[in-house]
Design a protein around this ligand. Structure first.
Ligand code: GLU
Length: 467
């Protein structure tokens, strides 16, 4: 076991939004590092200047923040490190691991056409690889790294096992373009090295890149990182996850009001498992997360499971923390912030609001009796439940509630007694009472609502409809 502290990273290319797959890779990298007292870094791979707008970068930072994936230090911009990348290309040149290639596009095309005609590999083999520098023309050139011509390259991957690539399938890839700009393949390696990244966790669509990136590590004499290439996320139908299946952007899940802890739990389970554990905390995930729990085949996104876990996280959350997250959710939707009274009532009522709510909109739906103000507007069902007979019975409640001690047992006793005196059941009074207290037919229990609203508001709502 190496003693080097673990350093992981997420290295998204800004695409305009944060894909759920990127979020999962970030989560795995975060769990791996945090569970080992290591560091988790963020690098924005913003070398594609057309796509790399400030908004696109912002979308990633926001996604990370919402998911609660905190990273160490500042986000690093790959683009800003271009000089350093070029410097490394020149070092490889100086040490003989790379060479200047003066071939023009036409020459490369001619090489390929000829190779094809002869039925040979079309991988470009530059005549400049072994050319004497004294024969170099004064023309633009690219820098290519020398790939081994024979043998094999083995990637010791923590998820995929040993993956062997034949070296005759590796070309002398370009590391520096003729305009002096670095290629992506070079930049990734230099950045990972300079950032001290020990473990590269990423989608298995990068597995082939690993073999090529290893050329740079070897040329520079740098230690290789540990690789873990994780299978991609599929939709429920077993095809690559796309819009067709539902939301693919992290921001969409935020807008739908899923709690971040539930999202983290679900994403952790997407492709990784620890025994039969489904519901777990961050602390548990950090303790348990390891590469041997990552499956080799693509995982399927299961919206039901996501909802189920989110419901459990809401139900188990600390009330104050939940209220805080709920307020952040309201702010993100552009809704009015809670008034002080609403916040107090939410605090009192959180214990019953958080039962069986899978999302914040569902929780807010249950909190309608808190958010609505008098006189309450009633929906159709509520209106129907409040027939004249029950209206009359409920009017008897008012004087009794005015002097009652405000606790559950007393309130239940009073409502039961009024029901009995009117030859009806407590259950029969519940529906009209719901209408009075919430203007809705689906609400928390009437006693919970009375306790949360308090005497004055409860009596006032009763008087609004019975007076
Ligand atoms: N920028 C790459 C991507 O967004 C990730 C590269 C890496 O993790 O090495 O897919």
């Amino acid at each position: 076991m190496s003693q080097t502290p673990v350093v992981t990273r997420i290295a998204p290319s800004p695409t305009g939004y944060m894909h759920i797959g990127t979020a999962r890779t970030a989560l795995f990298s975060w769990l791996y590092a945090r569970g080992r007292g290591g560091k988790f870094l963020l690098r924005i791979e913003d070398t594609d200047r057309e796509r790399s707008t400030p908004e696109a970068t912002e979308a990633i930072l926001k996604g990370m923040e919402w998911l609660g994936l905190d990273y160490d230090g500042e986000a690093i911009s790959q683009f800003e490190r271009a000089d350093r990348h070029a410097e490394v290309a020149h070092e490889m040149l100086a040490s003989g691991h790379a060479y200047k290639c003066f071939a023009t596009q036409d020459e490369i095309q001619a090489f390929r056409d000829a190779a094809k005609a002869e039925g040979k590999s079309t991988l470009y083999r530059s005549p400049w690889r072994d050319a004497d520098p004294s024969t170099h023309p004064d023309l633009p050139y690219v820098i290519r790294v020398k790939a081994p011509l024979e043998g094999t390259t083995v990637i010791h991957d923590q998820v995929q096992g040993d993956v062997t690539i034949r070296n005759d399938q590796l070309d002398d890839m370009i590391v520096l373009r003729s305009d002096g700009t670095p290629t992506y393949m070079l930049a990734v390696v230099v950045d990972d090295h300079d950032m001290g990244v020990t473990h590269v966790i990423r989608g298995d669509d990068h597995l082939n890149n690993a073999a090529r990136q290893m050329l740079v590590y070897t040329a520079m004499g740098w230690p290789l990182p540990v690789y873990a290439h994780i299978p991609l996320i599929f939709g429920p139908d077993g095809k690559k996850l796309s819009k067709r299946h539902g939301a693919t952007g992290v921001d969409e899940y935020q807008t739908m009001g899923y709690p971040a802890a539930g999202m983290r739990n679900y994403l952790a389970r997407l492709g990784w498992s620890h025994g039969d554990d489904e519901f777990f905390t961050d602390a548990q995930a950090m303790e348990w997360f390891d590469f041997n729990g990552i499956g080799k085949s693509p995982s399927r996104f299961d919206f039901k499971k996501l909802e189920n876990l989110c419901g459990q996280h809401i139900a188990n959350a600390n009330d104050a923390a939940l209220l805080h997250e709920l307020e952040a959710f309201l702010a993100s939707t552009g809704a009015n912030p809670l008034t002080d009274d609403q916040r107090d009532a939410m605090t009192r009522g959180m214990y019953c609001l958080k039962e069986r709510a899978k999302t914040f909109p569902e929780l807010l739906e249950k909190a309608h009796f808190i958010m609505a103000s008098r006189p309450l507007e009633m929906d159709e069902k509520a209106e129907k439940a409040l027939d004249p007979v029950s209206r009359g019975i409920l009017s008897e409640l008012t004087p009794q509630l005015q002097n009652a001690s405000w606790d559950r047992d007393t309130l239940e006793g009073i409502v039961a007694a009024v029901a009995e005196a009117n030859d009806t059941k407590l259950g029969k009074l519940a529906a009209p009472l719901r209408s009075v207290l919430a203007g809705r037919a689906v609400t928390p229990s009437v006693f919970d609502m009375m306790l949360v609203l308090g005497r004055d508001e409860t009596v006032a709502r009763l008087k609004d409809v019975t007076a």
